[in-house]
Write a protein that binds this ligand. Structure first.
Ligand SMILES: Nc1ncnc2c1ncn2[C@@H]1O[C@H](COP(=O)(O)OP(=O)(O)OP(=O)(O)O)[C@@H](O)[C@H]1O
Ligand SMILES: Cc1ncc(C[n+]2csc(CCO)c2C)c(N)n1
Length: 279
């Protein structure tokens, strides 16, 4: 094999954190933005580390307090609430501290609550013997205030140097940064689509080659000031999308509505996380 072929690699991507039956080394960070209970249940189940960025704890608390007339708060207890705590409500702070949740007040005015949670994860990873990094799943962060949204995009762009896998998810989108190189994305069409996009953010320009899309590109320049592939479509008969990019580029897929979890699925979660004891 020629040396150049041996050095060449394709990054595989599969979104397993929406599969409640596949718990992996995922770290969930909940931001202060609306999300549905079905989405929360999916991403929570597949994660082993759960944090709320400041007011993200209010969102978690409120979506669980009255779910179809049931209080499910005890089934989804985060490991950590961290931030400057200017948004955490008193009743929420009191509830979670009385349930043993670590609440960390960090009033640094040069880093956001999301950055503070990622710093906490990095610290927790240092104390573990595990060498493998968590996959970070950020719930929220793509809508709401524009400064916060751009912050999310900027943060993931910078994190590509130190973290292998960081995803952002909302009820409408899943998105992540593809670093320069070649990528192979396995798509579950029952969960994602039909719309997708390739967004040249934080770069001057890139050159894209794709397969598996309705409007494919071949060695095509893309830039903020030029062509941006929005409202592209996944092809239902193509299980894989391949993307080659010369610079980091954002990949986004629309999320189809997630069905509410069955009572059995919630009970199974109860049995697994809490021995079936309600408190
Ligand atoms: N309006 C919003 N739009 C988008 N994202 C938000 C919004 N508000 C908060 N977030 C996200 O949720 C996290 C926690 O938000 P919170 O409201 O507790 O604090 P904040 O004081 O607004 O944010 P920060 O202190 O990080 O600037 C933020 O770090 C940010 O990532
Ligand atoms: C140039 C500059 N712009 C904005 C802020 C403000 N700021 C950035 S992150 C943060 C923490 C929010 O919890 C705050 C207040 C700053 N410090 N420096």
């Amino acid at each position: 094999m020629p040396a150049s072929a041996a050095a060449y690699s394709v990054t595989p991507w599969e979104i397993s954190f929406l599969d409640p039956l596949r718990q992996s080394r995922n770290a969930l960070i909940i931001l202060n933005q609306p999300f549905s209970f079905p989405l929360l249940h999916r991403v929570w189940q597949s994660s082993t580390w759960h944090a709320c960025a400041d007011g993200g704890a209010n969102r978690l608390h409120d979506v669980l307090r009255d779910h179809d007339g049931k209080d499910l708060r005890h089934l989804y207890t985060p490991d950590l609430i961290k931030g400057d705590l200017d948004s955490l409500r008193n009743d929420v702070g009191t509830y979670y501290s009385s349930h043993g949740v670590r609440i960390v007040h960090d009033e640094d005015q040069y880093s956001t609550d999301l950055m503070k949670c990622i710093a906490a994860l990095v610290e927790d990873e240092k104390t573990e013997r595990h060498v493998e990094q968590h996959t970070i799943v950020i719930l929220g962060g793509l809508s709401g205030r524009l400064d916060q949204t751009v912050h999310t995009l900027s943060l993931l762009h910078k994190l590509r140097r130190s973290r292998k896998r960081v995803f952002v998810i909302t009820d409408d989108n899943v998105a992540w940064l593809l670093d320069s190189g070649e990528h192979r994305i396995t798509v579950d069409h029952s969960t994602f689509g039909p719309t997708c996009g390739l967004l040249p953010l934080g770069i001057d320009s890139t050159v894209l080659t794709t397969t598996g899309l309705r409007w494919n590109l071949t060695d095509h320049p893309s830039s903020f000031d030029g062509m941006v592939s929005t409202s592209n479509h996944l092809l239902p008969d193509e299980p894989v999308v391949s993307i080659k990019t010369t610079k980091p580029i954002w990949w986004t897929m629309e999320l189809r509505p997630i069905a509410p979890p069955s009572r059995r699925s919630i009970e199974a979660h109860d049995a697994a996380c809490c021995d079936g004891h309600s408190s």
